[in-house]
Design a protein around this ligand. Structure first.
Ligand code: FMN
Length: 208
């Protein structure tokens, strides 16, 4: 059954905190995860190239394999699932899949698609751009996943504390993909510790 929380967006955003202590007995279904991953995939992306790939760790066996790679963070095994968000370093290869159907259905002129393809190909000659785009766009999907999870009554924690090279080797991640972050998802046993934020004045400058 899908959990619905029916909270407004700002309540969801304000209630999301990083959870490190999960109820290890609580299970999440594939359908519930699919719903959250679909929401994550609705994030915006440059040229709509959807520079993300989600590796789903759902089950104690696979989560246990991840545990030492994430420096033995207990949340990895106690969470109901862990999502590895990967960034696509070759997202230009998604162009046909994204824009081909639009041309076929008459929503886009073939010449417009060709122009777009040239621009994208130009950008992807720069490997630094490809890497920046992979991290930037995949991170938007990651954030969307965490907010969608909270809206559905789940707790999450983004994790950068893991050995990316060991992760690539253990799970045979193709060179096309760059690990961006892990996200644990489950039910908190204790509320995440309150976290402060810098004052708005400190993080904002109004350009004159
Ligand atoms: C990219 C990234 C990496 C993080 N890595 C870890 C981690 O390895 N372990 C952990 O417990 N929390 C990790 N966090 C969670 C942060 O500590 C947390 O977001 C921050 O303290 C603010 O707290 P809040 O999320 O509860 O608002 C990470 C957060 C981000 C965005």
């Amino acid at each position: 059954m899908i959990t619905t929380a029916n909270k407004d967006f700002f309540t969801v955003m304000n209630e999301r905190t990083s959870t490190r202590a999960y109820n290890s007995e609580k299970e999440i279904t594939k359908e519930e995860l699919d719903e959250l991953l679909l929401a994550a995939g609705k994030a915006p992306s440059a040229w709509n190239l959807q520079h993300w790939k989600f590796l789903v760790f759902h089950g104690k066996d696979v989560q246990q394999r991840l545990y030492p790679i994430a420096y033995n963070q207990q949340q990895i095994v106690d969470a109901s699932a862990v999502i590895a968000v990967l960034g696509d370093l070759e997202a230009e290869q998604n162009l046909e899949e994204v824009f081909g159907p639009l041309v076929e259905q008459g929503f886009m002129m073939p010449e417009a698609k060709e122009r777009l393809a040239m621009n994208v190909a130009g950008a992807y000659k720069n490997t630094q751009y490809a890497r920046d785009a992979a991290v930037c766009n995949a991170s938007l999907a990651a954030m969307q996943f965490m907010l969608a999870a909270k809206a559905k009554g789940w707790d999450t924690c983004p994790i950068g504390g893991y050995n990316a090279q060991a992760f690539i080797e253990e799970f045979k991640v193709p060179s096309r993909y760059l690990p961006v972050m892990l996200i644990t998802v489950g039910k908190a046993t204790v509320p995440g510790h309150p976290s402060s934020r810098m004052e708005l004045d400190k993080i904002t400058e109004w350009v004159k």
